[in-house]
Design a protein around this ligand. Structure first.
Ligand SMILES: NC(=O)c1ccc[n+]([C@@H]2O[C@H](COP(=O)([O-])OP(=O)(O)OC[C@H]3O[C@@H](n4cnc5c(N)ncnc54)[C@H](OP(=O)(O)O)[C@@H]3O)[C@@H](O)[C@H]2O)c1
Length: 373
């Protein structure tokens, strides 16, 4: 069992890292954050086999905080290690600002220098990551993450400020960072003069596009149209957006069309995979008796019993195909183009069917032609 200390454990990166470490069986995670004392830190370092030094001042109220946290706390950790003759490898979250002529950049560079000295003197590896902007769940809004700020504010109808829409961001997703950090603990722990490490996967987007994408997420409640989730960046952004939505806003009603046959509700739509919709049909109801030229569909009975009838529009009645389906044994019936089809509720009660169509229903071009099966 490895004792792993995480400083900055209540912060955005710290929380995500700790959750991942807790899922590992051979790791015992120890946390250190702002409210803990130096005595606590000493006790934790004495036991630590590995340290993630994540605590940092990013946007402090007082400028002196940069020095007090990014430099002094780093020095304190190294001093405690020396006092107890401990040689724990350290992962350090520096920044691309390191070395730049601003208080944050200067303090991060000094933190790096302290750790490199510790590494050389003690023959122990350190892993410094000069991070770009990181985004993902549990980042604080209106603080150091523009993604969190946009997601949080757009979700709450708060106007966002875009200084220069053309500004391009290069971002790291939190899961990629955590995955890389977990690799560090699994390395052999040999000293190397290679102190600097990188997260290889990054995503680029302009501020304007970022705002547009997040507004699209917000509008899903009204349109049901989800963006292309094949694009991983979009998936990561949508996950981040949903993590920022107020817990009372995580539900929404759908527009249900009702008539004497029952109900029909479109659930989710995509320009890439079409749409999923659900129908409820009253006893004895027959839906369909139409065919499509190109549109294809899949029918899946969830509850009740039904017969799905299919007929190639060029064939006669004797070539009709009957599929008897029931919610007891979930199966799909494919509806090819050029086959007129219907579904009849054979149950004593309601029939519930889930459908997939390969395009979003367009009332102006429905690709639907009446023909009795
Ligand atoms: N997120 C990014 O995009 C990004 C990019 C480049 C570098 N980094 C670096 O990565 C680290 C983590 O960033 P983050 O986004 O997770 O920031 P964060 O959410 O602010 O987390 C930092 C944590 O460290 C704590 N902390 C501050 N001073 C401390 C002290 N003296 N003793 C103990 N804990 C202290 C903070 O507590 P309080 O909340 O009370 O201050 C907070 O819980 C920072 O060092 C940051 O500079 C982050």
């Amino acid at each position: 069992m490895k004792n792993v200390l995480v400083t900055g454990s209540n912060g955005f990166i710290g929380k995500n890292l700790i959750e991942a470490l807790n899922r590992k069986e051979d790791v015992c995670v120890k946390c250190f954050d702002r409210e803990d004392t130096t005595d606590t830190l000493v006790g934790l370092i004495k036991d630590a086999d590995f340290i993630y030094h994540i605590a940092g001042a990013n946007r402090p109220k007082k400028i002196e905080e940069f020095e007090a946290v990014n430099v002094d706390l780093t020095q304190k950790i190294v001093d405690i290690l020396a006092t107890y003759n401990k040689k724990a490898p350290i992962v350090y979250t520096s920044s691309i600002q390191a070395g730049k002529d601003n208080p944050y950049g200067k303090s991060k560079k000094r933190g790096e220098d302290i750790l490199i000295k510790y590494s050389v003197e003690n023959n122990v590896p350190i892993y410094i990551y000069r991070l770009l902007n990181v985004f993902g769940k549990w980042a604080k809004p209106n603080y150091n993450s523009v993604v969190a700020t946009f997601c949080y504010n757009i979700a709450r109808n708060i106007e966002i400020e875009i200084s220069d829409p053309k500004t391009e961001l290069e971002l790291i997703y939190i899961d990629d960072l955590v995955e890389e950090f977990l690799k560090a603990i699994e390395r052999e722990g040999k000293y190397s003069e290679n102190y600097f490490f990188k997260i290889d996967t990054t995503f680029k987007i302009t501020l304007k596009r970022l705002a547009e994408v997040i507004y699209e997420f917000k509008n899903i409640k009204g349109t049901q149209i989800v963006p292309d989730m094949y694009d991983r960046f979009t998936r990561c952004l949508y996950a981040t957006y949903l993590s920022c939505v107020d817990k009372d806003e995580l539900h929404y009603e759908l527009d249900t069309k009702s008539d004497n046959r029952g109900q029909l509700t479109e659930i989710i739509k995509s320009r890439h995979f079409g749409q999923i919709f659900i129908s409820k049909s009253n006893k004895g109801v027959i839906r369909g008796n139409h065919y499509h030229n190109t549109k294809i569909e899949k029918f899946c009975v969830i509850e009740g019993k039904a017969v799905i009838r299919l007929r190639n529009i060029f064939s006669n009645d004797s070539e009709k195909i009957n599929y008897y389906v029931s919610g007891d044994k979930i199966k799909i019936v494919d509806i090819p183009p050029g086959y007129t089809h219907s579904i009849e509720n054979l149950s004593d009660g309601e029939l519930i069917v889930l459908f997939w169509a390969d395009e979003i229903f367009n009332p102006c071009e429905p690709d639907t032609y009446f023909k009795e099966v």
